[in-house]
Design a protein around this ligand. Structure first.
Ligand code: CA
Length: 216
C-alpha cells in the first residue's frame, strides 16, 4: 500500500513516514499543497494524509482538487484546529476522516487501516427497530434523533435483539451470540452489560423479560 503524506512540517512528516514504513507501507512526502495535489492525482496512491495549513495551496484546496478528479481516493485530514465546526465542514468537503494535532501514531495508523478496509466494498448495515436506528458499520445508534455511540459488543447485542423481532433472547444465548461459542464466565456480566446499554439508549428500548431481553 502506497501512502502520500502532504505535510510541510519536516518533524511531523518524518514521524508519520517512519511509522508507516515500519508498518510495511511505502510512502512519499510532499511539503506543499501544489506538489501534493499533483502527486495525489497520479493514481499511484491508496490513501492521502493531508495537512490543512500548507504553502502554495491550502489543504482545503488540495482536498477539493482530489474530490473533483479522484472521488474515491481516501483522504485523512490533519489539523491543529479542533473546533467541531471545522471537523464537520472538512468531512462535508470530502475528507474521509479527520485527526487533530497532536495525535499518536497508533491513532493515525488505526484510522488509515480502517479507511483502507472500508475502501473495499463493504456491506452497509442499517437496522431499525421502532424509534431506533442502528448503523452497525459506524457503531452508532440513533434514538429519537439522539446519537448513542456503541461498542462492538453493543452492536452485537442490538443486532441479535433486532433480528429476534420482539421475541426475548435468554441472557445465556445472547452471551454465546455476542461473546463467542463458549459462554465464559457469569451470565450476570451480560446482564450488567445489557443494563448499561439499555440505560444509555433510554427507557423502553430494551426490555428485560424473565431471564432474557427483547427489543420493545
Ligand atoms: Ca502545516
Amino acid at each position: 500500500m502506497n501512502i502520500l503524506i502532504v505535510e510541510d512540517e519536516d518533524r511531523i512528516a518524518s514521524f508519520i513516514r517512519r511509522g508507516l514504513e515500519g508498518e510495511g507501507f511505502t510512502t512519499r512526502v510532499e511539503a506543499d499543497g501544489r506538489a501534493g495535489l499533483d502527486a495525489a492525482l497520479t493514481g499511484a496512491f491508496d490513501l492521502v494524509v493531508l495537512d490543512l495549513a500548507l504553502p502554495e495551496l491550502s489543504g482545503e484546496e488540495v482536498l477539493a482538487g482530489i474530490r473533483e478528479r479522484e472521488p474515491a481516493l481516501p483522504v485523512i485530514v490533519l489539523s491543529a484546529k479542533d473546533a467541531i465546526s471545522d471537523r464537520v465542514s472538512n468531512l462535508q468537503a470530502g475528507a474521509d476522516d479527520y485527526l487533530v494535532k497532536p495525535f499518536s501514531f497508533a491513532e493515525l495508523l488505526a484510522r488509515i487501516q480502517a479507511r483502507l478496509r472500508s475502501a473495499e466494498p463493504v456491506r452497509r448495515t442499517t437496522l431499525r427497530a421502532g424509534a431506533m436506528e442502528v448503523d452497525a458499520e459506524a457503531a452508532v445508534a440513533l434514538v429519537e434523533g439522539r446519537e448513542v455511540e456503541l461498542s462492538r459488543h453493543d452492536v452485537g447485542i442490538l443486532e441479535a435483539l433486532i433480528a429476534a423481532r420482539g421475541h426475548a433472547i435468554p441472557a445465556g444465548a445472547l452471551q454465546r451470540r455476542v461473546w463467542g461459542a463458549e459462554p465464559s464466565g457469569d451470565p450476570s456480566v451480560v446482564d450488567a452489560y445489557v443494563d448499561a446499554l439499555s440505560r444509555r439508549l433510554g427507557d423502553g428500548v430494551i426490555e428485560a423479560v424473565g431471564d432474557g431481553y427483547r427489543i420493545a
